[in-house]
Design a protein around this ligand. Structure first.
Ligand code: 8YV
Length: 321
């Protein structure tokens, strides 16, 4: 076997994934799992053939343009690629790959988890018990919202949106969706398509976000669009924090205009807007969408498969550039 490709791995990965990396590549690991600065990434990428990165390592054009000539592939341990300037990578002839499919179920599960938790006031109930303030069952205690017979609006009907729709039907929800393009009927399975958010939102007491973060979708949930939602609606976000204008959402949760929200992602995470911490009607998770053993292993192996294909001259399945 010839020289093994040298791969910079920006974050600590599941054990089995790192073992395979060390077996098949000359891998530069990050055992302390320290978040690397752009300058550190540049310095460590010296002499590397590829980078295995993650969604919290920002790769703007200014970084990509300065990467050593030798770097030819960036495999990101995520399905989202808003942290990478794809145009800059394309211009440099660098292949960027992501990890679709393998985290679909895990992320859809968390969307449903948050939907139920927000609708049924998990934060308040859990706090009552943990703080020893629960004095007993009462017929009117912490009443939440039922799902049966209501509409769920799914914004972004890709793999994860579809998986959420499948789960939501089991809870008696009817599906409405907004997507760049309408899906073929066999994929819609009865879901109602809306060309715009403006027609979707007024019909949906529950809304779940599943679209990528782009210049067009940034702050799509804002003061104006929240006003379109029915009174006391519930918003779930497992996609990207930047889709939501935090100030607007916090104001709506505070005033009771929205009943609750379930959030797994935040603009500027891990530094979320402090206003969320003061609210009882929001369920907060630390970006756990894909955090199952199964999904994280599969994401790692998907990155490795892309690297294998690239370095052995085969077509790269998840190439985006
Ligand atoms: C990842 C995600 O766990 O894949 C994505 O886009 O947001 C999460 O599932 C996270 O981004 C780590 O890279």
């Amino acid at each position: 076997m010839g020289e093994r490709p040298i791969i910079l791995v920006t974050r600590r990965l599941p054990e089995a994934v790192e073992a395979r990396l060390l077996r098949d590549f000359d891998a530069r690991l990050n055992p302390d799992d320290r978040l690397l600065s752009e300058d550190e990434i540049l310095a460590l990428a010296e002499g590397c053939d590829g980078i295995l990165t993650s969604a919290i390592d920002r790769m703007p054009g200014s970084l990509i343009r300065r990467l050593p000539e030798r770097v030819k592939i960036i495999a990101t341990f995520s399905v989202g690629v808003d942290h990478i300037d794809l145009a800059a990578a394309r211009a440099r002839g660098i292949i960027v790959t992501n990890t679709p499919d393998v985290l679909t179920d895990a992320t859809a599960d968390v969307a449903i988890l948050l939907l139920l938790a927000a609708a049924r006031r998990l934060t308040e109930g859990s706090r009552l018990v943990r703080e020893g303030k629960w004095i007993g069952w009462r017929p009117t205690q912490l009443l939440g919202l039922g799902l049966q017979g209501k509409n769920l609006g799914i914004v972004g009907m890709g793999r994860i949106g579809l998986a959420v729709a499948r789960r939501a039907r089991a809870f008696g929800l009817s599906i409405h969706y907004h997507n760049r393009n309408r899906l073929p009927p066999e994929k819609e399975e009865g879901a109602v398509y809306h060309e715009t958010l403006e027609t979707l939102l007024p019909l949906c007491p529950f809304v779940s976000l599943h679209c990528p973060l782009t210049a067009e979708t940034r702050h799509m949930i804002n003061r104006k669009t929240i006003e379109l939602m029915p009174p006391e609606a519930v918003l779930v976000n497992t996609a990207r924090g930047g889709l939501v204008d935090d100030e607007a959402l916090i104001a709506a949760l505070k005033s009771g205009r929205l009943f609750a929200a379930g959030l797994d992602v935040f603009e500027g995470e891990p530094n979320l807007h402090p206003g969320y911490l003061e609210l009882d009607n929001v369920v907060l998770l630390p970006h756990l969408g894909s955090a199952t053993r199964e999904a994280r292993n599969a994401m790692g192996f998907r990155c490795l498969y892309n690297l294998d294909c690239f370095f052995s001259g085969r077509p790269v399945p998840d190439a985006l550039t």
